[in-house]
Design a protein around this ligand. Structure first.
Ligand code: HEM
Length: 498
């Protein structure tokens, strides 16, 4: 394909050698692709370029390249690829993360700003504080299921805020549906770079399902059904509750308020579409990212008891023993804040981030990037950048207190500058994570001791860290010990809030 194109105005960025026609298909592993991408970053520098059947894939590897292209040149780097398999065939095309840059994405992001902007998050703070104690109690009662508890907390919180539904247990049908569908999306539909042959040769979608080689269509038909349930079921639950006049106030019910009040007979189709998909996008995006973040925090505490001890001393001095921390305590807890920053950097919940599509040919540092390329930045490579983070593989909250080399470096080493994406596609959930994940962590620090699990012979068990998910860098549940710090801490957890 490329042979028939005119000579590019500059060389393509470097990358692993492609095979004729099929390109780099074999290089795109489905497991921990981010490690391969990080290796390429070390080998090729600022940008890695690959292609799959001629479809360009660009990996941005350095903070400089990412800030210049996704931020400064955001006007041409904020579109999304039209993925036939994930979008059209599997029914995900209207999720916000797949929505092309334009009117629709702007409308959807405006709605999310209503739900997740800084002023809305302030109104959720009492809810976050209220939900934290039950989470800690569940953790004490059954520490080995810590990931289930995080799932119930994170999914339950968004279900309540977005749909007004209270998940009473981890077996809540909407939580289970989200677990199944997000796993399907990350481990099947979008694994290995998310490019299927049908994305490069769209005419393949016309193959009949029974045709040899059309197995992808049979799978897509099954997956699409599931995805439709994921989008429609919680939304229709709210419509039903509104019909009966018993709906809790939520993102969906407030936006459809005119219908609830009988001012409009039916939901305006465009509003219905936008609210339905935006609600689903927030719900789907909130769970595994939070699980990855909090799991990394627990892992870091298991591996660094000295960090936990120092954080506990800070919390004890500021909060005292008789209550849990609240959001207002944050400014007085700088070491805990540094632990939170370091957890985001060290954990890298979305190491390959999400794909963008370049809308026009571009040249960066004398390298040609063709229009239509799928561009992602490698969060893992940036968060392991030696210039920004000396000794980048170690968990070290103190690094944020060291005087920076210069002002620009000081700003850039805050992982929030890149861990949530950039400009027009920056993660709309960042404010919620800032409050909810922070509160969860300091509440754990205040009340629980975390350490290595002990085997029958009294020996410490090293946590086994395995990453199975193709999109989220979320460690599989590992063995650890989580127990109350003291009898008094147990009493504080048992107190009913008035
Ligand atoms: C630690 C937790 C989280 C991390 C690290 C994270 C990170 C990211 C990143 C890197 C992107 C891609 C940005 C880009 O394309 O440049 C993204 C997009 C997105 N995130 Fe998050 N996220 C987190 C939690 C959340 C939460 C809690 C929500 C919702 C309640 C959320 C909703 C979304 C949505 C809807 C998008 C798509 C935005 C768009 O394409 O316009 N995320 N997130």
């Amino acid at each position: 394909r490329q042979l028939t194109k005119p000579k590019p105005p500059a060389p393509y960025p470097p990358g692993p050698k492609p095979l004729p026609i099929i390109g780099n298909v074999a290089d795109l592993t489905t497991r921990e692709l981010w490690l391969v991408a990080e290796r390429w970053a070390k080998e090729y520098g600022r940008i890695t370029y690959l292609h799959v059947f001629g479809q360009g894939l660009v990996f941005l590897n350095t903070p400089e390249a990412v800030f210049e292209l996704l931020d400064k040149r955001g006007a041409i780097y904020s579109d999304k690829p039209r993925l036939v398999m994930a979008g059209e065939l599997c029914g995900c095309e209207n999720m916000v993360a797949f929505t092309p840059y334009g009117d629709r994405s702007r409308r959807q992001r405006k709605l999310m700003q209503i739900a997740l902007g800084p002023s809305s998050i302030k109104t959720y703070q009492p809810l976050l504080e209220l939900e934290t104690k039950p989470f800690l109690r569940r953790l004490v009662a059954d520490p080995s299921k810590y990931q289930d508890h995080i799932r119930q907390y994170a999914g339950g919180l968004t279900l309540l805020v977005v749909y007004g539904h209270q998940a009473k247990s981890i077996d809540d049908p909407f939580l289970r549906l989200a677990e199944e569908c997000v796993s399907l999306l990350s481990n099947r539909i979008a694994s290995g770079g998310g490019i299927w042959p049908v994305d490069v040769f769209p005419s393949l979608k016309r193959l009949p399902e029974w045709f040899p080689g059309a197995g992808f269509k049979r799978n897509a038909a099954i997956w699409k059904k599931k995805m439709e349930e994921f989008v429609d079921k919680p939304y229709e639950f709210v419509l039903d509750e509104m019909d009966k006049g018993i709906a809790r106030s939520s993102f969906v019910s407030v936006l459809l308020d005119n219908v609830a009040q009988g001012k409009d007979k039916e939901v305006d189709p465009q509003l219905d579409f936008d609210v339905r998909w935006t609600a689903n996008s927030m719900y789907g995006a909130s769970i595994d990212t939070t699980i990855a973040t909090i799991s990394h925090f627990i892992l870091a505490m298991v591996q660094h008891p000295e960090v936990l001890k120092r954080a506990q001393a800070e919390v004890d001095a500021v909060v005292g023993p008789n209550r849990l921390p609240v959001c207002e305590d944050r400014e007085s807890l700088p070491y805990c804040d540094a632990i939170f920053s370091e957890t985001l950097r060290w954990g890298v919940p979305l190491p390959l981030t999400l794909p963008h599509r370049l809308m026009e040919d571009d040249i960066y540092d004398d390298m040609f990037i063709p229009k239509g390329s799928i561009v992602r930045y490698i969060d893992l490579a940036i968060s392991r950048d030696e210039k920004l983070y000396p000794d980048p593989y170690s968990f070290n909250p103190d690094r944020y207190f060291h005087p920076a080399v210069d002002e620009a470096t000081a700003r850039r080493r805050d992982p929030r500058m890149y861990i949530f994406g950039f400009g027009r596609r920056r993660c709309p959930g960042a404010n919620l994570v800032e409050s909810s994940a922070w509160l969860l962590m300091v509440s754990v620090i205040a009340t629980l001791d975390i350490g290595k699990a002990i085997d029958d012979q009294g020996r410490e068990i090293e946590p086994e860290v395995v990453f199975d998910n193709a999109i989220f860098r979320s460690p599989n549940p590992f063995k650890c010990s989580i127990r109350p710090r003291s009898e008094h801490a147990l009493k504080v957890l048992a107190q009913e809030d008035v």
